[in-house]
Design a protein around this ligand. Structure first.
Ligand SMILES: [Fe+2]
Ligand SMILES: [Fe+2]
Length: 472
């Protein structure tokens, strides 16, 4: 089974848009609204300069993207679904073993629409959150990566809007319009999830955001790739290819900050590199604590009836559902979830079905740890005894059982006074933020880097680091 790519269409696609005139017209009338949104709330600077960008053009094995300089308003945002899997069966829940769905069953219509809307809303939200960052990019290479992430989040919005238009009729079209009407941080009409209403104020935050928050996206997409609703599954499958680069930007970005800090520490024989324009390891740890904890909140409460219903219905599976060897129904399998009470942090036993959010959050944590290990290896190799680490899952949480409790990064339950006395050691202070802000100066000469970050070890798509990634 193979699908045809129409790369020259007004909306590039591999979903045979020209075979469905009504749908094509509807999406073509949404397109100028998207462009208007991009112009108003997309990147604030360098928006018309030619940028060396990757554009999705296919989904096959032989290569799915091309690279070239393009001015962002002319970017070819398209709709691409991964190749269908022949005779795919539902892998979990009440309908396990049945054929997957090519259309939306009536009983799951509103739940599926909600899943798609919540995912879709995060995509333009992050573009809005990051819109000021191009002004202070530490290099052209980094600015290019920022724009790459931004245009692909825009494409992810297209992916979700296609599903809404194609499968949810008038309601879907209304939801697609609303995606461009809610705005990050808008007090009247904010984005759906809390973490997507905070501005990304500086590049250190951007790197941690792409490392931790885009990785939440990876886990959400990976569990929707398991969906019985095949078009959603294929959409998410393809989005995951793009998402990998976003996390790469975060992982290598933090790695380069660590490298530069170590260099300054060596050069000046001190662990306080702030006077020399660097970022202290303790400050990196505080930013890490913040971004990890707010990203944990995105997975929702430890136990969730919604998540259980999504699973039983076959709408959203677990990470790597098909590789697991249990019954894929989970109603009679149990696990422990953490439970915070006034007596301390304990646990309680619940069905695996009830605790899917916690299971996904744990899988996410395992994935987060891998990059931390890599950064720590470079610290060890440089002779530093400092190690970065993930705080306890109860630290600084606003969702679920830990809400309202003060938990230290080590997992100690604290009184309000104890917390207040130490929080400045754990989360970025105003002084830390001011220092980071002071380092944010745009560097636009090819190959040059700001002083707080080391150059990358290689460029993009085999180009050198000093390649002219953005034509000024
Ligand atoms: Fe995305
Ligand atoms: Fe992303």
């Amino acid at each position: 089974m193979s699908i045809t790519v129409d790369i020259d269409a007004k909306i590039p696609n591999n979903v045979d848009l020209k075979g469905d005139r009504r749908l094509q017209r509807a999406l073509e009338s949404w397109q100028p609204k998207f462009i208007r949104w991009w112009e108003e709330l997309g990147p604030a600077a360098f928006k018309d300069n030619p940028v060396f960008l990757r554009t999705a053009i296919d989904v096959g094995q032989k290569g799915w993207a091309n690279f070239g300089h393009v001015s962002m308003p002319d970017y070819r945002w398209g709709v691409f679904l991964a190749e269908p899997e022949k005779d795919r069966k539902i892998a979990f829940g009440e309908h396990k073993g049945q054929d997957v769905w090519q259309d939306v069953p009536g009983e799951y219509r509103s739940a599926l629409r909600r899943l798609i809307v919540v995912q879709g809303d995060t995509e333009p939200a992050s573009v809005e959150q990051q819109r000021q960052l191009s002004l202070t990019a530490p290099s052209l290479y980094d600015m290019r990566n920022l724009f790459q992430v931004n245009v692909e989040e825009g494409r992810h919005l297209w992916a979700m809007v296609y599903l809404l238009h194609r499968y949810f009729g008038k309601d879907g079209r209304g939801e697609a319009d609303a995606m461009l009407e809610r705005h990050s941080g808008d007090s009247d009409n904010p984005r759906i999830l809390g973490a997507f209403n905070e501005e990304t104020p500086d590049w250190l935050s951007f790197f941690f955001f792409t490392y931790f928050t885009d990785r939440d996206g990876k886990f959400q997409l990976a569990s929707m790739r398991e969906s019985a609703f095949d078009p959603l599954s294929r959409t998410c499958d393809f989005m995951l290819k793009e998402e990998a680069h976003h996390m790469f930007v975060g992982a290598t970005g933090i790695g380069r900050v660590v490298a530069r800090t170590l260099e300054l520490m060596r050069e000046h024989n001190t662990s306080d590199v702030h006077p020399f324009g660097g970022i202290n390891l303790e400050v990196l740890q505080k930013y890490l604590n913040f971004h990890y904890s707010v990203s944990l909140d995105l997975f929702g409460a430890e136990t969730s009836t919604n998540a259980a219903n999504y699973y039983s219905g076959g709408l959203k599976g677990r990470f790597h559902e098909e590789r697991r060897t249990d019954d894929h129904v989970l109603t009679t399998l149990y696990r422990y979830v953490p439970e915070a009470t006034d007596a301390g942090i304990g646990q309680r036993e619940v069905t695996q079905l009830a605790s899917l959010n916690e299971t996904l959050r744990e899988d996410y944590t395992v994935d987060c740890q891998k990059g931390i290990d890599r950064w720590n290896r470079s610290l060890t190799e440089a002779g530093s005894d400092f190690q970065l680490r993930l705080p306890h899952i109860g630290f600084h949480r606003q969702v679920g059982t830990f809400t309202g409790y003060n938990v230290s990064p080590e997992g100690q339950m604290l009184s309000t006074d104890e917390w207040a006395a130490q929080v400045d050691n754990w989360l970025p202070t105003d002084a830390d933020k001011a220092h980071i802000k002071s380092l944010m100066v745009g560097v636009t000469e090819p190959g040059k880097m700001a002083g707080w970050i080391a150059p990358p070890t290689s460029g993009i798509n085999q180009k050198p680091v000093d390649y002219n990634y953005i034509k000024l």
